[in-house]
Ligand binder design. Structure first.
Ligand code: FE2
Ligand code: FE2
Length: 135
């Protein structure tokens, strides 16, 4: 059973970002599955890295489009991205160095963060970007 299934309520009205959000949730499900199946550290490490890299890519992509159109709430949005990125990278470092195990709580935290971010922060750009012809 996937931990999270994307549905229309999470649409931000910009197709490329909806597609990236779907992919992010897919990766979180992969991480959750790998953990529940008790996969070894190297598998977990690869799955985590894939998620971290793609999250980074997605944040950069959103910020690039927001910048191009002079989105007025860019700074606050960037800060939200940076806070999460810092936290996840710290977690990844601790995992790689053996100081910490991956936990269900971490994956649930990520899913929860992403849901709230999409619904509360990403959705704020919908109207603005749509008005600039980005959909
Ligand atoms: Fe965002
Ligand atoms: Fe996003």
């Amino acid at each position: 059973m996937p931990l999270f299934v994307w549905n229309k309520d999470f649409s931000v009205g910009v197709e490329r970002f909806d597609d990236e959000h779907k992919k992010l949730f897919g990766m979180m499900n992969n991480l959750h599955d790998a953990m529940r199946e008790g996969r070894g550290k190297s598998v977990m490490s690869d799955v985590l890295k894939e998620l971290v890299d793609y999250t980074h890519y997605h944040f950069q992509h959103e910020e690039k489009v927001m910048k191009e159109h002079f989105y007025p709430q860019l700074a606050a949005h960037q800060k939200a991205h940076k806070d999460l990125t810092d936290r996840v990278m710290e977690y990844q470092e601790q995992f790689e160095s053996g100081k910490r195990m991956l936990s269900v709580e971490m994956v649930e935290f990520l899913v929860d963060w992403l849901k709230k971010h999409i619904a509360g922060v990403d959705k704020q750009y919908t109207e603005f970007l749509n008005s600039k012809g980005v959909a």
